[in-house]
Design a protein around this ligand. Structure first.
Ligand SMILES: *Cc1c(COP(=O)(O)O)cnc(C)c1O
Length: 381
């Protein structure tokens, strides 16, 4: 042992103190082993549940064709990549996957990263530096903020989906470069960004727009005017990995400068094979995305909520304890639905986040809606 006893003791004391503070606020999280299966089934703690909280919007993570492609890629190319992409980790499957992504997004080129998180924290610091500005929609994902902070640029937020507020902020200060970051579909609210208005504000100010399509790919159709479009292969594509699509010169620059590409091992071939199969299914079977949205729309009609803009429906309860209790009650009824509390969402907007998939059955959505209606009625909402 090289760690001194005292060092280890103070480490344990530090961790225990931090955990006690979380427990005081009832914010302790724990891992729950969950076995996922076809048709949104999930088994956990001995109970059989239907999941309405994963991001497998098209059911592709359990699709036999996608699983087979993953297995075949592993058998053909090995279990791991062996090195970073710049050394020997650039498995031939990368090229096929990146070609498909660029075609889907209508960009010159694409680059696959280890995950969506890694794509954001790696690409943003290549685009902006100290002295530049990064302007983010205030509801942007944690990894966009992480990438912006890591870049050393001045980080600011603009009001959620407010292109006017963005335009005023862009006009208020000058910098060599300004990068605007937003999501196409917001992960906790399920609403969509007004991309045309935001792109116009960027154009006017000479700022660059980068969008995060984590919850849009395969689910929400539509043109995206952003020159830099990132996303993940871990949600609707059912596999694992992240990507950045954009002009060829930018992609070449990222290959040279993105630290989360240069200094990390390539993806396991199985993940690449699965993503290729999943994107091919998405292209051939667009009805899957439409079905996920239709399922969300059915649920909204049944609980008298406004029509959804994506496959994500927030059920706002306000109080964090009420959201936790609702999630617990639904789990007793056989449904896995995540309770989301501050700081993941603004104070006073604790909620259930209900995520729909193409593989959900109408009868299950109707049963879930009946329970949620009762919860809302009792909460006086
Ligand atoms: C999930 C998510 C990511 C991260 O993607 P991973 O591939 O899971 O790392 C990035 N952005 C948004 C908006 C997300 O919801």
């Amino acid at each position: 042992m090289t760690t001194s006893r005292n060092g280890a003791q103070s480490l344990v004391a530090y961790a225990e103190e931090k955990l006690a503070a979380l427990a005081d606020k009832r914010l302790t999280r724990r891992l729950v082993p969950t076995r996922r299966g076809e048709a949104a089934r999930a088994a956990r703690d001995g109970a059989a549940l239907i999941s309405f909280c994963d991001n497998d919007y098209l059911g592709l993570s359990q699709d036999p064709r996608v699983k087979k492609a993953a297995a075949e890629a592993a058998l053909e190319y090995g279990a791991g990549a062996g090195a970073s992409r710049l050394v020997t980790g650039d498995c031939p499957l990368y090229g096929a996957l990146e070609e498909r992504l660029a075609r889907m997004k209508g960009t010159e080129a694409a680059l696959v990263f280890g995950s969506g998180y890694l794509a954001n924290v790696s690409a943003i610091p290549v685009l902006v530096r100290p002295g530049d500005r990064a302007l983010l929609d205030e509801r942007s994902h944690a990894c966009m903020f992480a990438g912006a902070r890591l870049s050393g640029a001045h980080v600011e937020t603009f009001r959620h989906n407010d292109a006017g507020d963005l335009a005023r902020r862009l006009a208020a200060a000058r910098s060599p470069r300004a990068l605007v970051l937003t999501e196409t579909v917001f992960s906790m609210d399920g609403d969509r960004a007004p991309l045309d208005a935001i792109a116009a504000a960027c154009e006017e100010a000479g700022a660059w727009l980068m969008t995060d399509d984590a919850h849009g790919l395969g689910v929400v159709p539509g043109d995206n005017p952003a020159p830099v479009q990132m996303g993940t292969l871990s949600k609707a594509a059912g596999a694992y990995g992240g990507y950045v699509c954009g002009p060829r010169a930018l992609i070449e620059l990222l290959v040279n400068r993105a630290r989360g590409l240069v200094f990390t091992t390539g993806l396991p071939p199985a993940a690449l094979g699965a993503s290729i199969a999943a994107l091919d299914i998405m292209a051939r079977e667009p009805e899957r995305g439409a079905k996920a949205r239709a399922n969300a729309a059915l649920f909204c009609r049944l609980i008298d909520a406004p029509a959804p803009e994506s496959a994500i429906v927030p059920v706002i309860l306000g109080d964090p304890e009420a959201a936790l209790a609702a999630s617990q009650r639904l789990s007793e009824a056989g449904f896995l639905v995540a309770a989301i509390r501050p700081p993941s969402v603004p104070e006073g907007t604790a909620r259930l986040r209900v995520a729909f998939s193409a593989v959900h059955q109408a009868a299950d959505i109707e049963r879930l809606a009946a329970h949620v209606r009762a919860i809302l009625r009792e909460a006086g909402r």
